[in-house]
Structures are given as structure tokens and as C-alpha cells.
Design a protein around this ligand. Structure first.
Ligand code: IFM
Length: 436
């Protein structure tokens, strides 16, 4: 077996990623809070509660992140804390975010800040949230306010996290709150409004911080025909891939909305991204005219709760696909639910090998943010899915570094993947990664 090391550039960003609602705790003013507690909730008795206690003590987890050797972290702001009433900004909340961002800098961790990550202020829901045009002015004011208050500490911004996933889960599949205004027509209103919000926020941030890099964290997946050689399945998987992966990106590139989702043009939308943020998790198999099905072929390796198939080559495929936008690329999320930590070490090595291949083609991949640092509140799946490099007991708040966390620490500290790591942490992928 060959012994070898795959080195990454010395300025590569090694990070972890989180979102406010999933880690802060007690976000009582968000649309998720009453939804969790509603009678008949699919969460039953699970609650976000204190989550990972970040509002009180993010610093403790930032110590852990620094201890792993990471030099970057992606977090989000909770709009409902910053603007608890329409046009009323909470200075104490902004001060707390300043403290957290400063704490990152103090630990050598570069912040990337997301403005919208699935959670809305309750007052916005009353006003119709994204299916109402009023959202755009509110979002613009919110972006401008936080850019002014925090911009000196934030070199990289994400306006919206996973817009197509959000539209799908909030409006179409109804897995996400709020329960009002669901269905295709609300989704068709919301999608252009989400783009308008993105464009408004992009320009608001640039006005305050022209040098900041601003983009979107775009969930990208691989879609394959369910039945090999079936022409209609093949055609359908290409269409779904275009709608899910490309439609939003093309709109941000030239400002145009495309048929059949929506037609038209959005003012000031063209060229509003400075990098491509990729959230990559898995691939799906599409049957003609069917939606996403979590059904995997025999032999596929699947993460907890049927979350997804481990398909590392897909990360290379999506990186290659977004090269067409000719922008720097950041892997803004990549991870898996794996409570017993049986798969995560192999997952890390095989996915990062794909990133390394891209870097070696001189493709501009600047960093990788693993989802996530500690187990956290996984939205409509509550605490049933554990994505953390650290396990976390939400009752006691006890954290323990998983073995895969030790591997990520070695990777971050050395800026490399090596055959010694593979032998030690995931011998099953040794031959695949280091043939010879
Ligand atoms: O936890 C989520 C995150 O909020 C958005 N991307 C996918 C993650 C895992 O499901």
C-alpha cells in the first residue's frame, strides 16, 4: 500500500458551520418556537430548548473549535433577536453578536455570517413572510443594520441559506413552519421575493463593506435516473437537477427568472455573488415525474435515519459543475448524521480527497466548513440526528469529542490527508484513497 500525504494550500480555510436557531437556544421570538410546541407537532416532546447554549456561552464551543485547529467558522444571526418588533432593533442582541464575532477573531477563527437560515421573526409571519412583497424592505433594513453594526468583524457573508431547500420544505412539503400560506402559488410568490431579498442584502452589505465577499450557501445535490437506461427517468433527473442546482444560480448571475418556474427579470440582481457556496450532502435517484425519494440502491452506504447516501464523488461533480460561474468556491456545509460515529471518519477522508483533487486542478476552492461542530437541533428531525464532531447531551450540555473529531483535528492541524490517518481512522477506505 502506498504511503502518501495530500497537502492543501497553507491559506486553506478549515472550518465548521452552525446556524443560530440550531445552537443558540431559547429563540422564543422565532416562528420555529411555537411550531415546536404546537399540539400534534411531529417533534412530539423534543424541543430546541437551550440547544447548545450559544446565546449564553458560545465562547466555550469556540474554544473547542480552536482546539480542533480550525481557522474559520460559519454561523448565522437570528433575525428575530435583532429585530424583535418591526423596525425595532435590539442593541443588546447586536452587542452579543459583536462579542461572539470578536471571540472568534481572538481565537484565530475567521467568521462567515449568514443572515437568513430557515428561521423568521414571528411578526414577519403575521405580515406574510416571503410570500408578501413587504419582506424585501424589511430584509434590506435588517441587512443594512447588521452590516453597519458588525461589518468590521465580518469578511464573508451569506445572505440566504439553501434557498431552494427552504422554499421546498416551508411551502411545498410543509415540513417547516409557519403553517400559514402553503402551496404552489405561495411558493411562486416567495421564490422571487427571496431573490429580491438576496439582491437587496448583497448591495446593503457592499455599501458598508465594499471589500466583503458576499454569496449564498446553495445546497447542491447529484440527481441520477432511478432506472438505468430509462430515457424518461434520465430526462427527469436532468430537469430536476437544473431546477434545484442551477435555476437560482443562473438568476443571481444574470438577473433573469426562467420558465417554467417563473419568468421575468429582477432589478439589481445580476452579478450579486462573489463566491459560490456549496452545501453538499448526497445524491438522489429520480423516477419520471416523481419527487425526491429517500430510497437507495442495494449496497449504498446510508447515514442515520435514511438521511442520505454517502457519495463523495458527488462533491467533485458539483464543484466541477459550478466552475462555470468563474468565482471562488467555498464548501459552506458538508456532513452527515452518524450518532455512533461509524461512518464519519471515512466520510471526512473520502469527501476531502475530492476537494483536494479539485484544488490540485488549480480550481479556486478556498475552504471547507464541516457541518457541524457539536450535535445540534436538527429542525423537523429534532435531536434524532447527530451531525457533530462532538457529541452533545442537550440535557447536561456535556460534549465529547468523537473519534472522527480527532481525525478532523489532525486534518486541520496538518492541512493534509495522509495514509497514516486513513490506516488509523478508516482502514476501509485506505485502498480507495491510496491505491498502489
Ligand atoms: O442542519 C442542516 C442545516 O441547517 C442546513 N443544511 C443541512 C443541515 C443538515 O440537515
Amino acid at each position: 500500500m502506498a504511503h502518501a500525504t495530500m497537502n492543501f494550500p497553507s491559506d486553506f480555510l478549515w472550518g465548521t458551520a452552525t446556524s443560530a436557531y440550531q445552537v443558540e437556544g431559547n429563540n422564543t421570538n422565532s416562528d420555529w418556537w411555537p411550531w415546536e410546541a404546537a399540539e400534534g407537532s411531529i417533534l412530539e416532546d423534543q424541543r430546541s430548548g437551550r440547544a447548545c447554549d450559544w446565546w449564553e456561552n458560545a465562547e466555550a464551543d469556540l474554544d473547542l473549535a480552536a482546539g480542533l485547529g480550525t481557522n474559520a467558522h460559519r454561523l448565522s444571526l437570528e433575525w428575530s433577536r435583532i429585530e424583535p418588533e418591526p423596525s425595532v432593533f435590539n442593541e443588546a442582541a447586536l452587542d452579543r453578536y459583536r462579542q461572539i464575532l470578536q471571540a472568534m477573531h481572538d481565537r484565530g477563527i475567521e467568521p462567515m455570517v449568514t443572515l437568513h437560515h430557515f428561521s423568521n421573526p414571528l411578526w414577519l409571519v403575521e405580515k406574510g413572510d416571503f410570500s408578501s412583497d413587504v419582506v424585501v424592505d424589511y430584509f434590506k433594513r435588517y441587512a443594512s443594520r447588521v452590516a453597519t453594526a458588525l461589518g468590521d468583524l465580518v469578511p464573508k457573508w451569506i445572505t440566504i441559506n439553501e434557498p431552494m431547500v427552504y422554499i421546498f420544505l416551508r411551502y411545498l412539503s410543509a415540513d417547516f413552519p409557519p403553517p400559514q400560506r402553503r402551496g404552489t402559488s405561495a411558493a411562486r410568490q416567495a421564490l422571487p421575493n427571496l431573490l429580491r431579498c438576496h439582491a437587496a442584502a448583497y448591495h446593503a452589505i457592499k455599501e458598508v463593506s465594499p471589500a466583503a465577499m458576499v454569496g449564498v450557501a446553495k445546497n447542491m445535490a447529484v440527481f441520477e435516473p432511478r432506472r438505468e437506461g430509462h430515457l424518461l427517468d434520465r430526462w427527469w433527473s436532468t430537469e430536476v437537477s437544473w431546477a434545484f442546482n442551477d435555476w437560482w444560480m443562473l438568476a443571481m448571475q444574470d438577473g433573469r427568472l426562467r420558465w417554467p418556474i417563473r419568468r421575468g427579470r429582477i432589478k439589481h440582481l445580476a452579478n450579486t455573488f462573489d463566491f459560490v457556496g456549496i452545501n453538499y450532502y448526497t445524491r438522489y435517484y429520480m423516477r419520471f415525474l416523481h419527487g425526491l425519494e429517500r430510497e437507495w440502491p442495494a449496497g449504498a452506504v446510508i447515514s442515520d435515519g435514511d438521511y442520505g447516501e454517502l457519495y463523495p464523488a458527488g462533491l467533485f461533480r458539483v464543484i466541477k459543475h459550478v466552475m462555470r460561474y468563474q468565482k471562488p468556491i467555498l464548501i459552506t456545509e458538508n456532513g452527515l448524521p452518524d450518532k455512533a460515529d461509524k461512518l464519519r471518519s471515512a466520510f471526512l477522508l473520502t469527501h476531502l480527497r475530492e476537494v483536494w483533487r479539485a484544488v490540485n486542478f488549480n480550481w479556486p476552492v478556498m475552504g471547507y466548513y464541516h457541518w457541524t461542530l457539536t450535535d445540534n437541533f436538527e429542525w423537523d428531525r429534532g435531536w434524532t440526528q447527530r451531525f457533530g464532531l462532538y457529541s452533545l447531551d442537550p440535557e447536561t450540555q456535556e460534549r465529547r469529542l468523537r473519534r472522527s473529531g480527532q481525525l478532523y483535528q489532525e486534518i486541520c492541524q496538518t492541512g493534509s490527508l495522509s495514509s497514516t490517518m486513513a490506516e488509523q481512522f478508516a482502514p476501509s477506505v485506505m485502498r480507495q484513497l491510496f491505491p498502489g
